[in-house]
Design a protein. Structure first.
Length: 90
């Protein structure tokens, strides 16, 4: 019997692959079937669908768009740098 706790190796996918997977779900196929066919976890595919909806301006407004996530990461790096500079000046 297989153990469900066995972890998959982390894989990365191209933006095109993710967009194609999302199109399959939007086309009416279930997340579970698409995930199985593409050897993905359903949770990863659901996250891609959520992000695609946010980028398109539909869906849950609390989900950040790709541009917002990029900006948030940039701002966090800037804050970290400024805090380090402030510590040096103390």
């Amino acid at each position: 019997m297989k153990s469900k706790s066995k972890r998959r190796a982390r894989r990365s996918y191209t933006a095109e692959f993710k967009a194609d997977a999302v199109k399959l779900v939007r086309g009416g196929r279930s997340v579970t079937l698409v995930a199985r066919d593409l050897d993905l976890t359903p949770s990863a595919l659901r996250e891609w669908v959520k992000r695609a909806e946010a980028d398109a301006g539909v869906g849950d407004p609390s989900v950040l768009t790709t541009d917002e996530r990029v900006e948030m990461a940039r701002l966090r790096r800037e804050v970290k740098k400024l805090r380090m500079e402030r510590e040096i000046l103390k």
